[in-house]
Ligand binder design. Structure first.
Ligand SMILES: *Cc1c(COP(=O)(O)O)cnc(C)c1O
Length: 522
């Protein structure tokens, strides 16, 4: 039995979802009836089975045949569907229903809670009346055909799109964390640190509370503070320069390259002063900055390098992972990043072994041993529930990034075919290994905001990363910058528009986006 290609699972999330009731599962396994699973593989629908009914299904299957064979056949069948967890609360609430059969009532309740489109059963008559369609597999075709295809709304990102793939692993890990009572740091975090370090090709990784705290903790570990200057880009998320300022050091901005949107190495040396301690490049939109050039300048002037890899988990530069090339690499696990948790989280990689130890101590208020403080740190800890989710996701990261890359390449092809490549600026892959955490086009001649409104009218969501470069932010007024100081960043801020390009975005949706943009420019 074939398993759905992972991307089809995400795309099915946007399509039709049905609960396969116990009797149909038994029927399908016994008769090798693959009609529903084939629809799943064709992306016509996604199938769920109540986890709580698995023992009963197996018992019934075994009663009519060989137990071993039944077990294997059921295992094969279930590998192609998603098991729907059933909570204690749901089991109890099903008991309160006055439906004649408990499992039927439970199925209806769960289908409603998970917003499924219906239930597939061999005996619809056994179900009480409800708003949820209850159909036989033979009726399914009609239901799928009739179903009004929803408006092709295109969200920028569907955070839950990867959920079916990791749900079983992540939920099992969460339950084991909850049962262990080990909520902060502990074995899950240590494992995550080992696995991330191996993935990134580094030795030392420290799990922390957010990407912002990763930057702050790395700077604190290197004793960056009052009187120091750190060179960075003004075209980035606020946390980059915000963290530098919070240590007491001064962010010194250097303009970006127009193509990569990353710090321009050619402009770094003229910004170096006797107070310069470090360079903090950002791998913006998931594409690495020119690390060879940056590291060469750092070496020549004896500066540290802090990579802000918050948007670039899994991106590469000449075969090396983002965050593995500087003295420190800082990652974010914010849910919208390439590798996102179910809350806040981050990671610091540290090249130097002594600084690695110091970094871990600063993560827990500088206490070593506990309650004895030679240093002042902070609470920069990641929690075990987030580490468990990230561990469930990490093995899929490269596959998911492959989908993003494929979507980006498809946009570029569709825009070029539509003759729009000369009208809008398409994001070039300057450095192979771009992960397209964002696919940002450039819209010239002040038309960006009007295009964004036209897309919104067609339910296509977009975002501007970032509308105001950091040197023009009010809180940095005392740095004394004015409009015109970093013209490439300022122009980018006026022109960029991020289009929906995440894993789950379909070719149909991309065509809808491209057609809408073409209509705008007609
Ligand atoms: C998201 C982000 C951060 C901050 O990460 P959080 O986990 O949200 O604190 C820092 N730098 C850049 C470039 C980011 O995109």
């Amino acid at each position: 039995m074939s398993t759905a290609h992972p991307q089809t699972l995400y795309q099915a999330l946007l399509a039709m979802q049905f609960l396969l009731f116990d009797d149909y599962v038994i029927h399908a396994v016994q008769n090798q009836d693959t009609q529903v699973l084939e629809r799943c593989n064709r992306r016509d629908m996604q199938a769920w089975v109540m986890a709580s009914s698995v023992p009963l299904i197996l018992e019934r299957l075994s009663a009519t045949g060989k137990a071993d064979e039944s077990r294997k056949a059921l295992g094969d069948f279930l590998s192609a569907v998603t098991l729907m967890p059933v909570t204690g609360e749901e089991l109890k609430s099903g008991l309160k229903s006055d439906a004649p059969a408990y499992s039927h009532a439970l199925a209806l309740e769960l289908a409603a809670r998970h917003k499924l489109q219906g239930i597939v059963t061999t005996q619809p008559a056994a179900f009480p009346k409800s708003d949820i369609p209850v159909v036989t597999p033979e009726q399914l075709d009609g239901v799928l055909a009739q179903a009004q295809q929803p408006e092709p709304a295109v969200p920028l990102l569907n955070i839950l799109a990867t959920y079916p793939q990791i749900m079983e692993g992540a939920e099992a890990a969460w339950m084991s964390v909850i049962r262990s009572g080990y909520f902060i740091l502990g074995p899950q975090v240590e494992q995550l640190e080992k696995e991330m370090a191996a993935y990134c090709g580094v030795t030392n990784a420290v799990g922390v509370s957010s990407g912002t705290d990763a930057l702050l903790l790395a700077l604190m570990t290197a004793d960056i503070g009052e009187g120091d200057e750190v060179i960075t880009t003004p075209f980035t998320f606020f946390a980059t320069a915000g963290s530098i300022s919070r240590t007491g050091a001064k962010p010194v901005f250097v303009d970006i390259e127009p193509d990569s949107f990353n710090i321009d190495p050619k402009k770094i040396e003229s910004a170096i002063t006797p107070n310069t301690r470090a360079i903090m490049p950002v791998h913006l939109y998931g594409q690495c900055a020119d690390m060879d050039a940056i590291n060469a300048i750092a070496q020549k002037h004896n500066l540290l390098v802090f990579e802000d890899a918050a948007q670039a988990s899994g991106a590469t530069y000449k075969g090396k992972q983002a965050g593995s090339m500087g003295d420190f690499g800082c990652y974010s696990f914010f849910p919208t990043k390439n590798l996102g948790s179910f809350g806040d989280g981050g990671m610091v990689t540290v090249r130097d072994a002594d600084l690695f130890e110091k970094c871990k101590i600063l993560r827990v208020h500088g206490g070593a041993p506990k309650y004895y403080h030679k240093l002042i740190g902070g609470n920069f800890r990641i929690d075990a529930l987030q580490a468990a989710v990230l561990r469930a996701k990490l093995p899929f990261l490269d596959t998911w990034l492959g989908f993003r890359r494929a979507n980006a390449q498809r946009y570029t092809k569709l825009f070029t075919e539509a003759g729009l490549d000369s009208v809008i600026g398409l994001p070039p892959e300057v450095v192979p290994g771009h992960t397209f955490n964002q696919y940002c086009i450039r819209v010239k001649d002040g038309k960006r905001d009007a295009l964004r409104a036209a897309l919104a009218e067609k339910k296509i969501m977009t975002e501007i990363y970032y509308p105001v470069p950091l040197h023009l932010q009010e809180c940095f007024a005392d740095l004394g910058h004015k409009k015109g100081d970093f013209p490439v960043s300022e122009q980018a801020a006026d022109e960029v528009l991020a289009l929906p390009a995440a894993n789950e975005v379909t070719e149909t949706q991309q065509k809808h986006v491209v057609a809408t943009i073409r209509a705008f420019f007609k």
